[in-house]
Design a protein around this ligand. Structure first.
Ligand code: GMT
Length: 378
């Protein structure tokens, strides 16, 4: 099949999911065409069956905001025609679903039918999508996609709660390539902490909703009781505040900031605990990555996190902002080697439920289904 994938090319989870999906589809023989404004950070552009089509937005002084959606729609139209695409799969509704609707209409005008699948990832619904500035357009483009999927049951429900959504939303959870977390991963443990120190990790885009100050506060509770290091991976607007708080609490030397790195596996394989206290999270891909690396997770109960992190089995869940509970739960794992071992195993077993091989056929079947529905184009 010829599949067009539209996504954000950045470090965000939706871009990572879209890229990994594309790689997996390409390995199965599909031709996968990425349509975006930059090469996705995890894209292996030299792999067989992977193609990249860059969206160029012309800078013109008249425009205060450059019309990206227009350029994207045009690029979709060109790519569908030139590459004979069977389906367009857009990740993150804003503005991708809207641009895809326009591309579909332009193609229809030329007698070409293209099926559009929209995958909802989280803030495209929960934060940005329901904002009055975008709501009408998001609702419209969801309702006019040929198929809509969401990455968790929670996000599906929130979409129905926030929008007048007439589409049946199919839940296809995020997935993980477990092979990345097996064998010799050149684990960075010795470089990150000294003997006897527990390693606590947090990975995110350091946006407000990730509550990164809570990460530092929870770590402070741990650090006061046992030798420990906090590893912060990623970057974003709240990063400086989190680092400052760590310094103010006297933990500067035990908080390591690694920034944006593609070597996440080398950090996770060295970690004893992962913290994700977000106030909103449709799924929590970073938590799944941690669990694949046998790292128990301390998380909030926001959104889809309880579908990923199973309380008392793969880690613990606390109400958003309940620092004391998160500290208590963290210490109960880190000070009990038997419990740590059990939870490591529990985490890995849970990650296996989201293994790539189990989820990929759900997308492939969806593509087949949707392409089989022949629609009039006139
Ligand atoms: O974090 C975001 O707001 C954007 C989005 C992204 O592009 O990274 O993240 C969402 O999609 C991920 C992949 O499906 C999910 O794992 C994240 O939970 C989700 N983030 C939120 O819902 C806040």
């Amino acid at each position: 099949m010829n599949i067009g994938i539209v996504c954000y090319p950045t470090f965000g989870g939706s871009g990572v999911v879209a890229t990994e999906l594309g790689h997996a589809l390409a390995k199965k023989g599909h031709k996968v065409h990425f349509i975006t404004y930059n090469q996705p950070v995890r894209l292996d552009i030299l792999e067989t069956n992977i193609y990249y089509h860059e969206v160029n937005v012309k800078d013109y002084p008249l425009f205060q905001y450059q019309p990206y959606e227009l350029a994207l729609s045009s690029k979709m139209v060109n790519t569908v025609i030139d590459e004979k695409l069977d389906v367009l799969h857009v990740h993150y509704a804003i503005p991708h679903a809207y641009a895809a609707f326009m591309a579909k209409q332009i193609l229809k005008d030329r007698g070409i039918h293209i099926s559009v699948i929209t995958t909802l990832h989280g803030t495209d619904i929960t934060l940005v999508g329901k904002n009055p500035s975008y709501k009408e357009a998001v609702e419209f483009s969801i309702n006019h996609s040929d198929c809509v999927t969401s990455v968790s049951e929670s996000l599906k429900q929130q979409t129905y709660d926030f929008f007048n959504c007439r589409k049946e939303i199919r839940v296809i959870p995020n997935f993980i390539d477990l092979s990345l977390y097996e064998g010799d991963q050149n684990c960075a443990k010795a470089n990150l902490a000294s003997e006897g120190q527990k390693i606590v990790t947090h990975i995110s885009n350091f946006r407000k909703l990730k509550r990164t100050q809570d990460v530092v506060k929870v770590f402070h509770g741990i650090w006061k009781e046992i030798p420990a290091k906090l590893i912060l991976v990623g970057d974003g607007p709240e990063r400086v505040k989190a680092e400052q708080l760590a310094k103010d609490l006297g933990m500067g030397r035990d908080v390591i900031y690694l920034g944006k790195t593609t070597e996440v596996e080398r950090v996770l394989c060295a970690s004893d605990l992962f913290i994700l206290p977000s106030e909103s999270e449709s799924f929590g891909l970073a938590a799944l990555e941690a669990m694949a690396a046998e790292v128990p997770v301390i998380s909030s109960n926001a959104g889809g996190l309880p579908e990923v992190n199973i309380d008392g089995v793969t880690g613990y869940i606390s109400p958003v902002g309940d620092i004391d509970d998160m500290v208590k739960n963290s210490l109960s794992i880190l000070t009990d080697e038997l419990k740590l071992a059990q939870m490591k195993q529990g985490a890995r077993e849970q990650a296996e439920k989201f293994e790539l091989e189990k989820i990929l056929p759900q997308y492939e079947n969806l593509y087949k289904e949707i392409v089989a529905v022949k629609q009039p184009v006139s």
